[in-house]
Design a protein around this ligand. Sequence first.
Ligand code: SF4
Ligand code: SF4
Length: 135
Amino acid sequence: MKVELSIEKVRSEFIEKIEEISGQNLFSCYQCGKCSAGCPFSFAMDLLPSHIIRMVQLGLQEDIGNSKTMWLCSSCLTCGVRCPRGVDVPRIMEALRVLVTRDKINYVEPSSLTPEQLEELPQIALISNFRKFTG
Ligand code: SF4
Ligand code: SF4
């Protein structure tokens, strides 16, 4: 059986979401590695920035979610400046963080609070409780 592959066929919902949130064309990256070579936090990352971009291209959402790289990225923009293809890597890292926090559970579900609790609880406590379980 002949299998024809095209960019359209390998795209997944995950890839579409990352592109939508980041505004980046993931398939512009040709894996030169310049982003990773210049990243000041690569020493602490379990996957290099260029690895993350490749894994997003391949739709490996679960493996990316198990990595701590997106949480170590400080959005210093070094990689974006160095990229010969104009890929804004920190925007992609941010898009990955957004997807994780969307999926995680709130410490306290806002809809479970009574009107009395909403009136009595300090605002700062309410905001703290709406944080997500992440990492
Ligand atoms: S520098 Fe740009 S093209 Fe090179 S690996 Fe990083 S994101 Fe891809
Ligand atoms: S923006 Fe993030 S991935 Fe890019 S060089 Fe800085 S820390 Fe590394």
